[in-house]
Design a protein around this ligand. Structure first.
Ligand SMILES: [Fe+2]
Ligand SMILES: [Fe+2]
Length: 205
């Protein structure tokens, strides 16, 4: 695979896209951070992975999100985009693997969707991207997101704090995030990131 050319094209497709209430190009920045988190998890767990496939899957996992229609899965759309737009830069096998990561990045075996059902058994690359995707919504990136939302909704510091600690939606989402994590190393990182946010919001108001 031609990783440099893939990165260049991914940036061309994803950078600058308006993502209210986030900064333009947010999905690309999220992908870049997710990629770094993936390497951290793979190294900490000493997992056998194809690092190039993992990196590209992480970088592009939300490529289908901007402009995704209601009722359409951004994961399925994203996998289709990868297959259509990157076939000249990867072998058919690589393309299928990267598209597979994009397609399944939020079908988390430990998530509530699979409770009481047969769980899918994904490869390490998919499972790691799933964890990195969760992790990038917490800690400093989580504070960044929360502040964008707070500004957009014109929340006071006290209301933003309430949102994090007490709103039903946030508590449910935090619990689901903790529950759906695949690897111990990711769980440790998530605990730290949640503690970081707790500390920030405790001091906010
Ligand atoms: Fe996503
Ligand atoms: Fe994501």
């Amino acid at each position: 695979m031609n990783a440099d050319a893939i990165r260049k094209r991914t940036a061309e497709i994803m950078s600058g896209i308006v993502e209210i209430p986030y900064e333009p190009g947010y999905r690309l920045h999220h992908g870049e951070r997710s990629e770094r988190l993936c390497m951290q998890i793979a190294d900490a767990e000493k997992l056998a992975v194809d690092r190039e496939i993992l990196a590209m899957g992480a970088l592009m996992h939300d490529i289908g999100k901007s402009g995704c229609g209601k009722g359409e899965s951004h994961a399925v759309r994203g996998a289709r985009m990868v297959k259509e737009m990157f076939a000249d830069l990867m072998s058919p096998e690589e393309l299928a693997k990267v598209a597979g990561i994009v397609e399944h990045h939020f079908e988390r075996p430990n998530g509530k969707w699979y409770a009481g059902k047969e769980k899918p058994s994904w490869n390490n690359e998919i499972l790691i991207v799933q964890d990195a995707d969760v992790l990038d919504h917490f800690g400093i990136p989580g504070i960044w997101l929360s502040m964008h939302w707070a500004a957009y909704r014109k929340l006071s510091p006290a209301l933003a704090r309430h949102e994090w600690f007490d709103s039903e939606r946030m508590v449910a989402w935090r619990n689901e995030s903790v529950r759906s994590i695949n690897f111990e190393a990711s769980r440790r990182l998530l605990d730290l990131r949640i503690a970081e946010m707790d500390d920030f919001f405790r001091r906010l108001a």
